[in-house]
Design a binder for this molecule. Sequence first.
Ligand code: MLT
Length: 343
Amino acid sequence: MKKVMSFILMCVFVLAFAFGCGNSVVEAKESGSDDYEKLNLKLSTSGTNLGVDAVTAQYFADAVKEASGGKIKIRVYPNCQLAGGSMAKSIELLIVGGNYELAVFSGSVLGNIDARFLTHSVPFIFSSYAEASAKMDSTGGEYYANLMKEKGLVYLAGVHNGLRQLTNNEKEIKMPEDLKGLKIRVPSGEVYMKTLREFGADPIAMNWSEVFTALQQGTIDGHENGYQTIDSAKIYEVQKYMTEWNWSYDGYWLMANSKDWAKFSEKTQKLLLEKAKEAQAYGRKYLEDAEKEIKKDFVENRGVTITELTPDELAAFKKAARPVQEYFIEKFGEEATSAWGLK
Ligand code: MLT
């Protein structure tokens, strides 16, 4: 009898212990997300709500919200709307702080605070996303992370804005001389202005938020951008011709204001970094997959004539770009240009 009683007691003990442990696992998980501080953050992007910058930002926001058990909320504001549509003002406001803690901005936005943020956009450095990713994930990314630190920013991730193509409403562009006299919108920055001028065009710097209307009203004849960015702003509605020339690469960088960043707990910083890396993988794949579909859609459904350059035609643009490359190698210096692989 004594033996039976002690066996029953042991079973009760084992079951109680197992039940207790089960509960404590659940509690530990719950207290994991309970530990996060409650935060309502704002994130600014420069493209439209359909651009890969906003898509990546929204993925990041959703992933952070889920992993923090709803404690950390990030609201995405596209079109530089928190800075009245101004790309230059957008980056200033991120650095000053007090307006938004986070942003996904292109090199053309970052270039407003330091021209070296356009090193990756010097003409004809990259001809594929694999090449651009390799530099972004090594020396190029490290160089920008340090430069951002100097400016009061924290580098969290980098995705593609795109290999930039040319659109216009006048004619097919195959050679530099075809660009003569055409008013081509570019983001601000000497890399854009100088190169397009060297190609024979009349470049005009303008905020991205104003481009659709300017093309529609004929204030400008054309512009240049990546396929996904062009599609996200419905530029195909107001442009008939497109030249695929991959003249320049641009990225989008997910960043935080460093004073705000320093106020986050270590646990929150770790989570934001982890989800930024996930958003980076998502955003890069999203753009690469989308480009093929978009090109097909432009030709089949949007009435856009896409001109693919012959090797000789491309060589003519590369030749025209050589003095510009040399100028920026000199201007940006050894550290910047070798980090991004310029020769
Ligand atoms: C531009 O052309 O202004 C950029 O590619 C768009 C952006 O910065 O979001």
